[in-house]
Write a protein that binds this ligand. Sequence first.
Ligand code: ASP
Length: 441
Amino acid sequence: MRTVTAKFGGSSLADAAQFKKVREIILSDPARRFIVVSAPGKRFDGDIKVTDLLIEAWEKARAGQDFDEILTHIGERFDEIARGTGTPFDVQSELTLIRQGLLAMPYRDYALSRGEYLCARLMAGYLGREFVDPAFVVCFDREGLLDEDATREALRKRLEGLDGAVIAGFYGSRPDGAVQTFSRGGSDVTGALVADATASDLYENWTDVSGMLAADPRVVENPAALDMLSYRELRILSYMGASVLHTDAVKPVRNSGIPINIKNTNRPLDAGTMILPHLPKEHVRRAVTGVAGRKGLSVVQVEKHMVSDGAGFTAVLLDIFKNHRVPFEQCLTGIDTISIVIRSDLMRYKRAQILADIRDQLDPDVLNVHENLSMITVVGENGSGADDLTVKLLLAVANEGISISTINQGAGRLNLIIGVNEADYERAMRALYRAIAQIEA
Ligand code: ASP
């Protein structure tokens, strides 16, 4: 029998009407055995996600302020779902426990995790399936890093033999039993871990859009929908800012080659986007799959005469960043010059020390920092013709009068990354997208 792990995001679980849609989707395919849920999200523009309400409650608890009103509001949201779906659920007893927990020790990750916990318990009751608490089966190590092997083993043991189950997303626990969450949007990661541990044939990720788009619709008008992309393309696009799936959700399923299908709970018949280990040969490949980008970057430029003839300069430079625990996004080397691209928010507090260390240890001829940069990437698995394509793409940006500060071209297939000032980001993105559309036409 086929096995599907289906993860539903917050907007798919926002109220009783959404819960009903989710149930219908689940019951329409018996392969959908393992269900992973987020916490209820926004019901309308301006609404507040349950996780954000929990953050507020925790902040108040930490400050010694009263947080009852917020918990009451959270209780009302779950009550509406329980009543609307006819599911017996004693939300008051659950809230009492949460209240006691927050009063005894206002612990952030515990507070944040309660949205998924309550949602999964309620969904399990509604579907008549077993509830699985990830606190016992999603394992973090003492440093707070996910222990993938231990998690796979624990999830496998817990889920084997079950016809189906509902697993709360977003959290697990450390060896001492303390609850720990992933970063925001982390239920996607839980879904991928469950899909991997249960050797699922497919990992469905249900959200409120019919798949991924070739560009950010807030910047580019009406971008094309993507029917298929490879893990590699997804990785690059999401790293560079495409936000449909959590970046850490790819690794667990990538290792076992499980396809991911992004689907829309509000339009379940839409095919959505299929993400595969490799694009099939018969798939009509476009030269470009998508465009994505990030703002908030800085470039540190270092120049030293004759340095390219020696060895070790780059290694020392990168060590300085490593010692300050500032990861870099890109390292671009030229003759006697090196440019390191870094997230500005990570650089901010360490800037003075990092620059002092570079001066002390490397005695550069030139040392500059450029801020307010953005990076835009154009990705396509179809490598042939990429040279010509790169020229056309760069021209499209240059013709807009936008100056390009860095160019980085990945080997082989198309993975072009260009740097432009933040102020030019939207214009550059639109110019690139227009050029792509013309090339594809
Ligand atoms: N509820 C959490 C959040 O809002 C996790 C998730 O939705 O995946 O970030």
